[in-house]
Design a protein around this ligand. Structure first.
Ligand SMILES: *Cc1c(COP(=O)(O)O)cnc(C)c1O
Length: 376
């Protein structure tokens, strides 16, 4: 059997180990240290636009702290994109709040601004103003942030931007993660860069980021003994993981280019084929193309998403259906949902293709061999 081709696997640049070794040599084996500060500086320089960054143990931790910082409490409502990974919505449950799910539009596959406004109006009419809005830049494609921010500002609801999949994506040069009051990044093993596990909270508001560092290290008040006046969390990134992150930041521009090149290879070979559809960048939008994805219309293409996925699997090539929307998940299906059919259609017909920045020409030969047998 030929070796496995993964959907998206870690891709070290080479300098990561040096930063980790330095941590060992100086005994900074802790959730603080020079790599943590260095990684945060690298990230805020990359994001630009006067952003402050707190590096954390995961993106999920960032979303949880984001809700805490926005004052979301038990019984509150939070609007969340339905077409996403569960980690966007789980933190709403951590704080005891209720999600209200909103469907996608077809240009970017992310939160529909029209349905967002419909949802806000309906919830206000029912007597509850949502406390936060969580849009997601799925697969690296930016959500329609100018429209979403305009609506959020009109109703005075803060935006918690889930940019876990979109480090390096932008709209008119402005980086994803820097549009909302708070943005969140992830450095999990499958993301565009990885610290093995890690995340970050991003904000223009330096007080929010300072508070994030405080809350994520157990909320210790200044005192020689352990003194607490707030509930704390153990959510800071370790200095070892942050060392991996510093090395990865050196190759981030390459990783974005490599992922975009992957997309280009699929697009140039299969765009325009019967029943095959790609999601393209609206004018001014720049996607890091974390994952390359296609939609298959089975009636036109003559084959289904599952047919292709299983054939790939047989050749030891990992593909995955597009994420199953949150409003269809057993754990979330009892919550309010404002829908238009888009995310259900995406889940029925969409496939994530191998997208690692470390894919070789030989890997693509194997992938294309299977796909060419289907796509006419
Ligand atoms: C990966 C991911 C997260 C969670 O990040 P972790 O670092 O794995 O906790 C959140 N939202 C989305 C959309 C993700 O893809």
């Amino acid at each position: 059997m030929s070796s496995k081709i993964w959907l998206s696997s870690p891709h070290m640049g080479g300098t990561e180990q040096g930063f980790v070794n330095e941590a060992f040599e100086t005994n900074w084996i802790a959730p603080l240290g020079p790599n943590v500060n260095g990684f945060e500086n690298d990230l805020s320089l990359f994001l630009g636009n006067d952003t402050h960054v707190a590096a954390l143990s995961s993106g999920t931790a960032g979303l949880h702290l984001g809700l805490v910082l926005l004052g979301v409490k038990a019984g509150d409502e939070v609007i969340c994109q339905s077409m996403t990974f569960s980690a966007s919505a789980n933190p709403i449950a951590y704080v005891g709040a209720k999600p209200v799910f909103v469907d996608s539009e077809t240009d970017t596959w992310n939160m529909s601004p029209e349905l967002l406004e419909t949802a806000i109006k309906a919830r206000i009419a029912a007597g509850v103003t949502p406390k936060a809005i969580i849009p997601v830049h799925l697969y690296g494609m930016p959500a329609k942030m100018p429209e979403i921010m305009a609506i959020a500002n009109r109703y005075n609801i803060p935006v918690l931007e889930d940019a876990a999949e979109a480090l390096g994506s932008s709209i008119d040069g402005r980086k994803c993660g820097t549009f909302g009051e708070i943005g969140v990044l992830s450095f999990n093993g499958n993301k565009i860069i990885t610290t093995s596990g890690g995340g970050a909270l991003v904000s223009h508001n330096s007080d929010l980021v300072k508070e994030t560092r405080f809350l994520s290290t157990q909320a210790r008040d200044e005192a020689p003994h352990y003194q607490h006046s707030k509930i704390g969390y153990n959510y800071r990134i370790s200095n070892l993981c942050a060392g991996v992150g510093r090395g990865q930041m050196e190759v981030l521009p390459n990783r974005i280019q490599q992922r975009r090149d992957n997309y280009e290879r699929y697009y140039s070979r299969y765009n325009g084929k019967k029943g095959i559809h790609f999601v393209t960048e609206p004018t001014g939008y720049f996607s890091n193309r974390w994952l390359s994805t296609i939609l298959i219309d089975p009636a036109v293409a003559g084959f289904s998403r599952e047919g292709l996925r299983l054939a790939m699997d047989k050749e030891n090539i990992e593909c995955r259906p597009l994420w199953k929307p949150m409003h269809m998940q057993p754990i979330f299906e009892q919550y309010e949902f404002f829908g238009n059919g888009t995310s259900e259609m995406l889940f029925a017909n969409g496939l994530c293709l191998p997208s690692g920045s470390n894919l070789t020409d030989a890997d693509f030969d194997r992938i294309f061999k299977v796909m060419d047998g289907f796509v006419k």
